[in-house]
Ligand binder design. Structure first.
Ligand SMILES: [Zn+2]
Length: 399
């Protein structure tokens, strides 16, 4: 028997599973063991994956961050390994879809138009989730259509690979290129004898013809004002436990973090005294965030400030969100000097690599070139390319 750090319940050892404190989809798999725990029960792990990590990762902001900088890790010579996260534009409000269906608009590499038509969720909870309820059955995964915008073989490969990786369960159609027979397991051309697909093509044509005419398409993405706050409470609770141990869980503040993580109602969550700044009311460190951020990567910082322990997350675009992890000086001051100076981790999901912990002062010195580079960070940086060396989106021109 052991106690779950997320719900506080005592359960059998067999009821526990490996929890990525920092989510897999954001590169959690590549971080050092500090960012994993097996003291979270299966129920909390799956609840957290869908409702806490998922509501951040699948938010409009989360999808935008995931695609930021990802191009800088493509291989110019091997399009086959290139998968880019898609940009979420939002549901199309004037799409001629069937009753009970919704059409969502995504943007792929080189501006490829992607339309995903699927059953509408009956529960409005999923409105702020790109792609809707992540637990929906395969039969409700819908149909996804891509209109390629590039005639360059490199970008056709990257576009189709990204499209396939994103829509793993939906039926996938390519609308403006004949799909070669060897790819028929992955993609099809729409069937003009299939009434459903003919109906879908009206939606696709609405988008592509608006694009050709330079017209706007009406879409409506739902953005939660407190995006990331529940996720931050979870990160604070889990990393506090990993760094400070069992004593931390007994503090009043840790109990607040647990409440903040478990409370689904955002109005109620606001009354829980958790100190931090979410994604939309981010802190501005007067330009320092540019030094902290890593192109296409997420930077995690743990640092003692005024005898309090803080965690900050710097997104690929340089947005910062921070949560107070522990407010008990007697616990915090027992930590070794590395936490007093601060530690940094960098994870680059599109590369499948992470570095850290690196002392924060060394990280900043590396970023400002004031001291010899840290070899691990230099090696990570060396894998970045200048996107200008990639083939142009249109064969034969420089655009
Ligand atoms: Zn639990």
């Amino acid at each position: 028997m052991k106690t779950c750090i997320y719900c506080g319940l005592e359960k059998h050892d067999s009821d526990f599973s490996d929890e990525h404190i920092w989510p897999d989809a954001l590169g959690g798999d590549y971080l050092s063991p500090l960012w994993r725990t097996d003291d979270v029960c299966v129920d909390c792990n799956s609840m957290s994956g869908v409702f806490v990590d998922g509501s951040f990762i699948k938010s409009w902001l989360g999808t935008a961050e995931r695609s930021t900088g990802a191009r800088e890790y493509l291989s110019p010579t091997n399009a086959g390994i290139g998968v880019l996260p898609l940009d979420y534009i939002g549901p199309l409000t004037e799409a001629p879809t069937c009753e009970g269906e919704i059409a969502e608009y995504w943007c792929g590499p080189c501006g490829a138009n992607i339309i995903h038509i699927r059953p509408n969720d009956s529960d409005e909870h999923w409105e702020s989730y790109a792609g809707g309820d992540p637990r929906a059955k395969k039969s409700k995964a819908g149909r996804a259509y891509i209109a390629l915008t590039s005639d360059e073989p490199f970008w056709i490969m990257v576009s189709l690979a990204s499209f396939k990786a994103h829509f793993k369960r939906a039926e996938r159609f390519v609308v403006n290129m004949d799909v070669p027979p060897q790819w028929h397991n992955f993609f099809k051309n729409p069937d003009t004898d299939n009434s459903v697909q003919v109906g879908d093509m009206k939606v696709v044509n609405m988008v592509t013809s608006a694009g050709r005419k330079g017209e706007y398409i009406k879409s409506r993405a739902v953005i939660q004002v407190d995006v990331g706050t529940r996720f931050l409470a979870k990160l604070g609770l889990a990393i506090g436990y990993k760094i400070l141990g069992q004593l931390f869980l007994g503090t009043d503040y840790a109990k607040n973090l647990r409440k903040g993580f478990r409370e689904a109602d955002s109005a109620k969550r606001r009354s829980i005294p958790i100190r931090g700044t979410g994604f939309l009311n981010e802190q501005r460190f007067s330009g320092v965030e540019k030094l902290l951020s890593w192109p296409g990567g997420w930077v995690l910082l743990v640092k003692v400030v005024n005898q309090l322990l803080f965690l900050s997350v710097v997104s690929p675009s340089g947005k910062t969100m921070t949560v107070l992890v522990c407010d008990q000086p007697e616990l915090v001051m027992g930590l070794d000097a590395s936490y007093q100076d601060g530690l940094a981790w960098v994870t680059v999901p599109s590369l499948g690599e992470a570095v850290g912990p690196v002392p924060l002062p060394s990280y900043l010195a590396h970023q400002t070139n004031v001291s010899p580079p840290i070899s691990e960070l230099a090696a990570l940086a060396a894998k970045r390319i200048n996107p200008a060396i990639l083939p142009p989106c249109r064969a034969g021109d420089g655009s």
